[in-house]
Ligand binder design. Sequence first.
Ligand SMILES: [Fe+2]
Length: 247
Amino acid sequence: MIDIHTHVLSNLRSDDGPKDPEKSRLMIQKAAEEGVTKIVATPHMLTPIPERREEIYEAIRALGPTEAEIIPGSEIFADDVVLKSSESLICLGDSNYLLIEFPRAQLPEYTEDIFFDLQTRGYECIFAHPERNGSIVNDPNILVDLIEAGVLVQINAGSILGRYGKDSQKTAEILLEHDMVHFIATDMHSDRNRYYSLKEAVEVAKKYTDRAVDLVTTNPELILSGEYLEPPEPKEYKKRGFWFFRF
Ligand SMILES: [Fe+2]
């Protein structure tokens, strides 16, 4: 398995991962024990930090040999200043994929424009844990248009396992059932959390989609090796008791 969203490195500015490399090693060890072979380290990028790439490489080097391969990446906050500075836009490994996070409560009105702008600058975009976002919880179909515009979707293992409450869990199930998920990742921040299990999340996800295993194997492998991921057609979610029409 491959985990494309983690806060596994220690002591990085604006990140909230483990306190020291020893804790990082514990997190990596736990992941490796359940079959994770590659971990993308995606520290928060909340403000531009010019020497960020070097910081990440240095933190990876400081770990020494690890049971799973650690690949540099970033979780980029969709903020004007951050997005304008190309030095902030650290892709996942050698790919041109960016992991983008939005404010939790609701999506900005210009969300589609943010993705479009990044795409025209040559990047591919992955929307990080939309099932935790108020706008998506209220209307999962917002993702249909984004996916049709080329955006890929990553949900958290913890959402599937109920870590963030019923709304995020239900939304994760809806997204899985409607082919609106392309990756499951842990978004792990520490070595002490029972919800950071890709293996358990995939087992549960199998109830909602036949593609559950691909979401932690084939799909992340494709993007990390720079190949094209052809996503399935997302299905419109129809709330029970209501008819929805798209215009
Ligand atoms: Fe994260």
